[in-house]
Design a protein around this ligand. Structure first.
Ligand code: F6P
Length: 541
């Protein structure tokens, strides 16, 4: 099935014309003034959340043209092909079926395989939790074998087993593992070696070092204390791991948290909550598969991403979760979006003449406000911000909770929400120089005229944002939130006509590292470029 590339569609030309005619001047303040119904019309309900897209830089005509783009590019057929298990990852000759991992038993492709491993893994999880032999779980993995669990475990802290401590070791820098080891006792530690390929340099190095430490400090029974999650069961066995939970090549690394790679999450949550996590993602899959384009949240967000990147020229977006548990979400989304869509050729290998992946970055609110929000409000770049607001707090409360302390925490949650609301408001409204001039300015240099100071205190406003509103961060809502981002990433990648499911861009550096590693010991710099050779000499001096 062939679909036109986005830039060869009628809708793309229409969007370019629309940008020339109106798009450059889109001003949120007038859009709101002109349309009292804007919030209702641009609010989309999806499983476990409501999205307010009214503060995005678009209007009715933009959305119509974008829907035309989605239709011309065959987004529904492409989506259906992915969900049906067609081999859409052409460069690796693979299907893309992370959705099958969260489909209920008996539904979706590979159901028997998926549920065999899931049932076995969750039986193991419940047994480990019931037994209470472990105090510490150490996940050793990197990229997709680390970022998901490292994000989800703190996000779901309120649901996690408090008897267990969780550690995530990813970096090949020995500092990472070494800082965890003093907290561990071999007899109460479970190491999970998480690697789709079981060949990744960082993970293998940390796994070997962990096993060495275990033996050095008198640990016995490696079989009980080391488990593996991988598609390469044979390599895990060779390493000496006998308890292995497998998955399959049709699960991409950055889409693998739903597979055995989710073992740390499952250990933290127990089987019931882990199944709820999968169910939340499945609910979003169904929304993506069936909701009409205009009310389909992943599709609307993917279209917005293309509009922003290719027409408005925005180069990044800022993820701002007003929920401290979601502090690793920006890092998780960085891999999801940038490893998926950071490509410069289309699926047929032709260079694409338009921009692809935006940069994704962020910090939880309110911390970001005291770091980079200055630039978001007054910098020269426009950076769309994505707020995540959560109605009810969810964190493990201190054992001794007096009514006074409860009230203080309740007030802190209101402060958190008020900050998130205020930032979205300030970005949109800004402050004119006249308004700033009318304010009582704080002490400033006597050498600066009041109008100069007022200009420094002016906010341009009209800075776009969107808000995802959740009732609570629960296993189910987190599952839905992550699936939303997966599908949104698929949508923009499909519109750009790229393969969002390979990652050749990480290979070159890996190969060069292999070549350089022995040179650091031998000092042989023959054949190297002058800069690398000079650096090796200095490192060895
Ligand atoms: O960095 C590239 C990458 O291949 C990611 O796509 C993947 O998530 C990560 O390395 C880890 O790979 P593995 O799970 O095979 O160790």
């Amino acid at each position: 099935m062939s679909h036109p590339r986005c830039d060869q569609t009628v809708a793309w030309q229409a969007l370019a014309g629309h940008l020339q005619a109106h798009g450059r001047e889109l001003d949120l303040r007038s859009l709101f003034a002109d349309d009292p119904d804007r919030v209702r019309r641009l609010t989309i309900a999806a499983p476990e959340m409501v999205a307010d897209l009214s503060r995005a830089h678009w209007d009715v005509a933009t959305r119509e043209h974008l829907l035309g783009l989605a239709r011309e590019c065959g987004i529904e057929a492409r989506r259906d092909a992915m969900l049906a298990g067609e081999p859409i990852n052409g460069t690796e000759g693979r299907a893309v079926l992370h959705t099958a991992l969260r489909a209920p038993k008996g539904q979706g492709p590979h159901s028997e395989l998926v549920h065999d491993v899931l049932d076995r893994m969750l039986a193991y999880v419940d047994a480990v939790r019931a037994e209470g032999r472990f105090t510490d779980v150490v996940n050793i993995g990197i990229g997709g074998s680390d970022l998901g669990p490292q994000m989800a475990v703190p996000a779901l802290e309120a649901f996690a087993d408090p008897a267990l401590r969780y550690h995530f070791v990813s970096n090949v820098d020995g500092q990472d593992l070494a800082s965890v080891l003093p907290k561990l006792k071999p007899e109460t530690t479970l190491f999970i070696i998480a690697s789709k390929t079981f060949t990744t340099q960082e993970t293998m190095a940390n796994a070997q070092a962990a096993r060495q430490w275990f033996v050095d400090v008198g640990g016995t029974d490696i079989a009980t204390h080391f488990v593996a999650t991988t598609t390469n069961v044979a390599a895990a066995a060779q390493f000496g791991v006998t308890t292995t939970f497998g998955f399959w090549d049709w699960v991409g690394g950055r889409y693998s948290m739903w597979s055995a790679i989710g073992l740390p999450v499952a250990l933290a949550l127990g089987s019931t909550h882990f199944r709820a996590f999968l169910a939340g993602a499945h609910a979003m899959d169904q929304h993506f598969a069936t909701a009409p384009l205009a009310a389909n949240l992943p599709i609307q967000l993917g279209l917005l991403d293309v509009w922003y990147r290719n027409f408005k020229g925005y180069t990044s977006r800022c993820i701002s979760p007003y929920h401290n548990g979601l502090r690793r979400l920006p890092a998780y989304l960085q891999q999801l979006v940038m490893e998926s869509n950071g490509k410069c050729v289309d699926a047929d290998g032709h260079p694409v003449p338009y921009a692809t992946s935006e940069v994704v970055w962020g910090e939880p609110g309110t911390n970001g406000q005291h770091a980079f929000y200055q630039m978001l409000h007054q910098g020269t770049d426009v950076i769309p911000v994505e707020f995540i607001l959560v109605k009810r707090p969810s964190f493990r409360q201190p054992a001794a909770m007096s009514p006074a302390l409860r009230d203080l925490f309740a007030e802190q949650h209101r402060m958190l929400l008020a900050n998130g609301l205020a930032q979205a408001q300030a970005l949109m409204w800004g402050k004119t120089t006249a308004e700033a001039a009318g304010e009582q300015a704080p002490t400033a240099s006597k050498d600066l005229a009041p109008e100069v100071i007022a200009r420094h205190r002016t906010f341009p406003g009209n800075r776009p944002s969107l808000t995802l509103l959740l009732d609570e961060v629960t296993p189910r809502s987190l599952g839905a939130l992550i699936a939303l981002h997966e599908h949104r990433t698929f949508v923009s990648g499909a519109l750009w006509g790229i393969n969002s499911f390979d990652q050749w861009g990480v290979e070159l550096g890996k190969a060069m590292c292999k070549e350089l590693l022995p040179r650091l010991s031998s000092g042989d710099v023959s054949g190297l470029d002058a800069a690398t050779a000079a650096m090796i000499r200095q490192l060895r001096a």
